[in-house]
Design a protein. Structure first.
Length: 111
């Protein structure tokens, strides 16, 4: 019985791999990828970048010493503390990033 199970398992594994190889292209097409070069001094807030995170929506987030930077694939936006605004960052020195299972972005700050 165990021998029959292993043979059936091997058959389905082989079938799966054969189907996978026939449905996927051997190499990605040249237009599948877009590469852009950004100089940190030109595009990100001047200073150090401590953490990078890509969220579930595909946005890239950069924790820098001069604010939180969001890249949407086209442009960068920097978030900094706004005086007397309790909804803004408490410090511009962002040190680490995380995303929870609900898609909320968590930002570690240093004062």
């Amino acid at each position: 019985m165990l021998s029959l199970f292993l043979n059936v398992r091997t058959f389905f594994q082989t079938l799966f791999l054969a189907l996978l190889q026939t449905t996927l292209p051997a190499q990605p097409a040249a237009n599948d990828f877009i590469a852009q070069h950004y100089l940190l001094q030109e595009r990100l807030a001047d200073g150090l970048t401590f953490d990078i995170l890509q969220d579930k929506q595909g946005f890239l987030w950069f924790a820098t010493e001069f604010g939180l930077v969001k890249y949407d694939g086209h442009s960068l936006k920097t978030y900094r503390p706004i005086p007397n605004d309790t909804n803004s960052l408490a410090s511009e020195f962002t040190s680490c990033l995380a995303e929870d299972s609900n898609g909320h972005l968590w930002v570690g700050l240093m004062h």
